[in-house]
Design a binder for this molecule. Structure first.
Ligand SMILES: [Ca+2]
Ligand SMILES: [Ca+2]
Length: 161
């Protein structure tokens, strides 16, 4: 007797097809996560480069680097608020600041002084330790954490150094 195969798919075939689609979707998702992460790293690096160029211009103008212990108006507290405020005082440096992606200039604390944030929304850190060193700008990187002391943790901070 001839066995007649019914048209259509068996349950197993359907399950296999669903599994394949799920695998492909997962693969695409992780690729897009990776692309997104790389784009954010690039944006953060280019923002650091812009800030560094502005610091150079500031130095040309004032013959010194912005220092965190200079005199600041009240409310201008965080290192990056201080840096952004100082750079804005030197005309050519201020012009360069105009190249920073607008979405990265925030004022989350509602005072008169904007903060510059990295592509993950966290404020940059700024440090300047003395006349013999160039100032350093640091992003906490994708993990949003400046601390990189945990030996099990991958270092992902992005810095101008
Ligand atoms: Ca602010
Ligand atoms: Ca980090």
């Amino acid at each position: 007797m001839l066995k007649i195969k019914k048209n259509g798919l068996t349950l197993v075939e359907i399950l296999v097809a669903i599994a394949i689609v799920a695998l492909l979707a997962a693969g695409l998702y992780s690729v897009s996560q990776y692309v997104d992460r790389q784009a954010k790293i690039k944006l953060t690096e280019s923002t650091i480069a812009i800030l560094t160029a502005a610091i150079d211009e500031y130095h040309d103008f004032y013959k010194k680097f912005p220092a965190l212990d200079d005199v600041y108006p009240s409310g201008c507290d965080s290192p990056i608020e201080k840096l952004y405020y100082r750079l804005g005082l030197a005309p050519d440096a201020k012009k360069i600041l105009g190249h920073i992606n607008r979405s990265l200039i925030k004022n989350a604390d509602g005072d008169d002084f904007p903060e510059v944030v990295d592509a993950w929304g966290k404020e940059f850190d700024y440090s300047y330790t003395g006349v013999e060193n160039f100032p350093v700008i640091t992003s906490a990187g994708p993990d949003g954490d400046f601390g990189e002391t945990d030996p099990g943790k991958k270092e992902d901070n992005i810095t101008s150094r």
